[in-house]
Ligand binder design. Structure first.
Ligand code: CP
Ligand code: NVA
Length: 332
């Protein structure tokens, strides 16, 4: 398998074999990290990390993974570069492509990261856009495989806002890996119908299924994995909280949903999660709407079924695999 020089913009650009290769490589890097084995075979290389939206996991995962691989990093935050204000995406891509060996980009429209990839001349990695979050997918697939030992045939239920980056990406990932994906939510939040059609076509070949349902009992029944994400994503206006809470509260992941799933079911969330009022937004929502938990209850979040912190750690191992697979090794 040779992915050198490839961009990592969305899972749809990769075959199931290529995705499996990246997950296997991540597992290898994870084992080496636990054993204290150095993997700094990319010394002398440098990567740019562009974040037009905030981040904890993705930024730290890229920085730690790059440093473990022996590379230097430059972080460009959401306000202090010229990108988009004084300098176009195409110009920025050509400038950075001349200095760096790879570029990570987190931003708004998917078209932006695709444009950077078109002009940069070096591998570009999508660190999240409105439409897709592909590095998160590799971490999620690795976590599920670690928990169950396999991916094909896993019953995967996504609750909440299924028409944004996480719902879209998870539906694609399940279709490609032969898993049974159910979006269990208010129909207003079902994924885009064109993407559903594309995933159903992939599913026909892989043995996956794609189900959309508003019925919580039906949607969570026998699930191996129950997954959710925040109800209001980065870049969306605060005004939407009111309707999101009203429309998505029936799809909160709570003890009843988990009890209806398989007895060995796990709970997953890309994080950050609103499961208590220990955050600024969580406290404001509690004050305004009188609720102390949103997409997941604190009980489920803190339960033994919850694998969210294993999942978060896997961000680093999988991002390391993406960079290592797409960059040529240093000559020494
Ligand atoms: N899951 C995820 O992408 O987290 P950050 O927003 O903290 O990077
Ligand atoms: N849907 C969320 C994912 C965060 C990792 C957002 O875009 O804010």
């Amino acid at each position: 398998m040779n992915l050198q020089g490839r961009h990592f913009l969305k899972l749809l650009d990769f075959t199931a074999e290529e995705i499996t290769y990246l997950i296997d490589l991540a597992a290898e890097y994870k084992a080496k990290k636990k054993q204290g084995v150095l993997v700094d075979e990319y010394r002398g290389k440098n990567v740019a990390l562009i974040f037009e939206k905030t981040s904890t996991r993705t930024r730290c995962a890229f920085e730690v993974a790059a440093h473990d691989l022996g590379m230097g990093t430059t972080y460009l935050d959401p306000v202090s570069s010229q990108i988009g204000k004084k300098e176009s995406i195409a110009d920025t891509a050509r400038v950075l492509g001349g200095m760096f060996d790879g570029i990570e980009y987190r931003g708004f429209e998917q078209t932006k990261v695709e444009e950077i990839a078109k002009y940069a001349g070096v591998p570009v990695w999508n660190g999240l856009t409105n439409e897709f979050h592909p590095t998160q997918m590799l971490a999620d697939l690795l976590t599920i495989r670690e928990q169950f030992g396999y991916l094909k045939g896993i019953k995967f239920t996504y609750m909440g806002d299924a028409r944004y980056n996480m719902g879209n990406s998870l539906m694609v990932a399940c279709a490609q890996m032969g898993m049974h994906f159910t979006a269990c939510t208010n129909r207003k939040y079902f994924p885009d119908s064109a993407l559903v059609a594309k995933c159903r076509a992939i599913a026909e070949k892989t043995g996956a299924t794609i189900t959309l349902t508003e019925d919580v009992k039906e949607g969570t029944k026998g699930a191996n994995v129950i997954y959710t994400d925040v109800w209001v994503s980065m870049g969306e206006p605060d005004e939407v909280w009111d309707e999101r809470i009203r429309e998505l509260m029936p799809y909160q992941v709570n003890a009843a949903a988990m009890a209806n799933a398989d007895k060995d079911a796990i709970f997953m969330h890309c994080l950050p999660a609103f499961h208590d009022v220990k955050t600024k937004i969580g406290a404001l929502i509690a004050e305004k709407f009188g609720i102390r938990e949103m997409e997941v209850t604190n009980e489920v979040f803190e339960s033994a079924q919850s694998k969210v912190f294993e999942e978060a750690e896997n961000r680093m191992h999988t991002i390391k695999a993406v960079m290592a697979a797409t960059l040529p090794k240093s000559k020494c």
